[in-house]
Design a protein around this ligand. Structure first.
Ligand SMILES: Cc1cc2nc3c(=O)[nH]c(=O)nc-3n(C[C@H](O)[C@H](O)[C@H](O)COP(=O)(O)OP(=O)(O)OC[C@H]3O[C@@H](n4cnc5c(N)ncnc54)[C@H](O)[C@@H]3O)c2cc1C
Length: 439
């Protein structure tokens, strides 16, 4: 079976690449190991970032036409599913002291202008993309688990667990964060490894959470958990994540809901819904050049964690378009993809690719009271954002200006912060030992 492109993985990145390449008239095969492609088994809040730059793209949503527009690249998705507006980030300390990246109550007075996210039904979104992909003549193979890729003179051969194989002039690897293709191509060998996290996620309704319009991160003595607004009103995706092998993330979620001294009161009358998801994430530094042997890696497959739905959709569109243009010019190798590499470098790798992930875990060192003290210090509203990179930068800057004050007011806290810093390498080593480097 010979194709112009064989795409592995039908998440947001692979589906968008398939839809785009099919639309451009290419002969495309899309291989996915799930039986029912739109079904979501892996943790994801389903939020699309809008109105704020995400990897150089700005996405807008038209509520009347039900159209999501990627304004920089100029493509659209007709999304007619349910949604809810999301306005920013709040971080809570163990005693409920809040760092605010956006005043949700104020901002929600003008939703179209102020929302930074659209909590969608990811299942509905993927179903729309799948239908369009099929309409454009893409051959879709669900229940197909890809094992390896091999470069031959005629093209790239993709081999599957059921013994079938597919040949493509190009292959697009969109097989997610723990990409088997990245491993088979030996691309992970030189990547910096930051550890392995395991997440358990649930959908929960009827909470008494005080600010339901944004992403919430709760720092507790047992670790961090998060709540992401669900498209249904009064409902959240709730997630617990851990690096530690001796902790079961699902038990951790139960602890936050039923026993946490501060936050369990939010869940007194809440109901956990049936749809439960989970994921394992091997965190590695992003690929500087996401290409080898005519295989282009897109979406999470070339990234560390959470390129995001918007980031993955963007790489999918760009990849499908650039390969179509290259083949039309008669370029069937690396030389045809210069435009893709330059775009990826400008918007993905250069701004974010070399960032290191620290081995700090403050809650193992500081008491809840000490964290509450720190959380109360900035005494200001941070700029509204849903960009985690910006959140980290704002926090870093705010606290670097506060060290003198902390030393004077709370030498006990300063001593702990110094200890955290001194232990950083040892902490990271402990974390790595419990992880799984995907080589
Ligand atoms: C807890 C959590 C919450 C998140 N919440 C959000 C959010 O609210 N908003 C947001 O923008 N992002 C969120 N993300 C990130 C987002 O889910 C990912 O960035 C996005 O799904 C990546 O898309 P992708 O297509 O690159 O990979 P994936 O969505 O992982 O898709 C990869 C596909 O490849 C298939 N596959 C894998 N291996 C093979 C194989 N060997 N053969 C065949 N098929 C294969 C998989 O089955 C899957 O369908 C979240 C992530 C986590 C962990």
């Amino acid at each position: 079976m010979k194709y112009d492109i064989v795409i592995v993985g039908a998440g947001p990145a692979g589906l968008m690449a398939a839809r785009t390449a099919g639309e451009q008239g290419l002969k495309v095969a899309l291989l996915e190991r799930k039986k029912d492609i739109p079904q979501i088994h892996r943790s994801c809040g389903g939020v699309l970032n809008v109105n704020e730059p995400t990897f150089g793209e700005i996405v807008r949503f038209d509520d009347e036409q039900n159209v999501v527009t990627f304004t920089k690249q100029g493509f659209t998705i007709a999304y007619d599913g349910p949604y809810r507006n999301v306005y920013g980030f709040h971080i809570y300390s163990p005693g409920e002291v809040r760092l605010e990246f956006g005043n949700f109550a104020e901002l929600s007075k003008a939703p179209q202008k102020n929302r930074l996210g659209l909590a969608t039904s990811k299942e509905h979104l993927l179903r729309i993309l799948l239908e369009e992909t099929e309409k454009h003549g893409v051959a879709v193979f669900p229940n197909t688990n890809v094992c390896s890729v091999k470069k031959e003179t005629s093209g790239v051969i993709v081999e599957c667990a059921d013994g079938t194989s597919f040949e493509g002039v190009f292959v697009i690897a969109a097989d997610g964060i723990n990409s088997r293709i990245a491993r088979v191509l030996k691309l992970n060998k030189d990547r910096y490894f930051f550890g392995t996290t395991r997440d358990a996620s649930i959908e929960i309704e009827g909470t008494e959470c005080p600010d339901p319009e944004g992403f919430l991160f709760m720092i507790t003595q047992r670790g961090i958990f998060s709540m992401i607004p669900h498209y249904q009103k009064n409902c959240y995706h709730m997630d617990a994540s851990t690096y530690r092998r001796d902790i079961q993330p699902r038990k951790l979620l139960d602890y936050f809901i039923h026993e946490d001294p501060t936050f369990s009161k939010w869940y007194r009358g809440a109901k956990v819904l049936n749809h439960k998801t989970a994921c394992v994430v091997n965190l590695m530094s992003p690929l500087e050049k996401p290409f080898q042997d005519n295989v282009l890696l897109i979406g999470d497959a070339c990234w560390r964690r959470e390129m995001s739905n918007v980031g993955s959709l963007s790489t999918g569109y760009r990849a499908g378009r650039c390969i179509a243009e290259a083949l039309k010019r008669g370029e069937s190798g690396e030389e045809g993809l210069g435009d893709y590499f330059a775009w990826y470098d400008e918007h993905y790798f250069k701004p974010h690719g070399t960032r290191k992930q620290g081995g700090r875990d403050f809650s193992e060192y500081l008491t809840p009271e000490q964290i509450d003290y720190l959380a109360g210090l900035p005494n200001r509203q941070f700029p509204q954002t849903m960009d985690i990179y910006k959140v980290v930068n704002h926090i870093g800057k705010a606290y670097s200006e506060l060290f003198t004050r902390i030393s004077e007011e709370r030498p006990d806290v300063m001593d702990k912060l110094i200890e955290v810093r001194e232990d950083m390498d040892a902490n990271m080593e402990r974390r790595l030992k419990q992880g799984f480097k995907n080589i």
